[in-house]
Design a protein around this ligand. Structure first.
Ligand SMILES: Cc1cc2nc3c(=O)[nH]c(=O)nc-3n(C[C@H](O)[C@H](O)[C@H](O)COP(=O)(O)O)c2cc1C
Length: 186
């Protein structure tokens, strides 16, 4: 692979969920993408990534888990709760990516960095497979019910909720400001 090939892939990844809602994203595809995520760098080899895949009615259960915790904690209003209940059904598949805790404060932060790097692998893999992807922040990163539903440990945190589906449309790339690099060589 050339730099140009990789550059084209990285630049063509877009955050969007304009997808064919009737075209499933199979479990093998999800597993390939999650496995690809694990090739991210990971200081101390703590292997902190956690994955849970939601399709079909599972997507509704995910929304319910978040909303139950939001209500319990007084987070959001009724409109927000209603939106959250249905939002995970907007794409055929949703992958929740969690991060394991670490008792060492630096390793704890580095775990999250490694998981974020893993998510980028997953998104680029999805792009290479012709999938649309959308990294979203969970309504509660520490939702007890959602974490339980995902099968994660109680101390794990949700780093991203990733929507996946086959695109029905394309979107414009948001412009990036010019990059600025300070070179210090003496
Ligand atoms: C940690 C993280 C959390 C994000 N959460 C959201 C989100 O909750 N809602 C959303 O619309 N976009 C979210 N995004 C996606 C960004 O909005 C998106 O990357 C940005 O607009 C640039 O668009 P692009 O990814 O197509 O280049 C998130 C991105 C990251 C890295």
């Amino acid at each position: 692979m050339t730099f140009d090939d990789f550059s084209t892939l990285a630049r063509s990844r877009r955050t969007h969920m304009l997808v064919d809602r009737d075209r499933e994203v199979g479990p093998e595809t999800i597993e390939r993408l999650c496995e690809l995520a694990t090739w991210a760098p990971n200081h101390k080899r703590t292997w902190p990534w956690r994955f849970a895949s939601f399709t079909g009615d599972g997507r509704i259960r995910l929304g319910e888990a978040f909303v139950d915790d939001m209500c319990e904690r007084g987070v959001g209003d009724q409109g927000k709760h209603l939106k959250t209940l249905g939002k995970y059904a907007r794409t055929p598949a949703v992958v929740v990516v969690g991060c394991a805790a670490n008792e060492h404060p630096t390793f704890h932060e580095e775990n999250r960095d490694a998981v974020a790097a893993g998510i980028q692998n997953l998104l680029l893999g999805a792009t290479a497979l012709g999938l649309a992807s959308f990294w979203s922040t969970a309504p509660l990163m520490d939702s007890r019910r959602a974490i339980e539903l995902c099968g994660f440990d109680a101390g794990d945190r949700i780093v991203g909720v990733i929507y996946l589906g086959y695109p029905s449309s394309t979107v414009e790339a948001p412009e990036r400001p010019p990059v600025s690099v300070r070179h210090i060589d003496s």
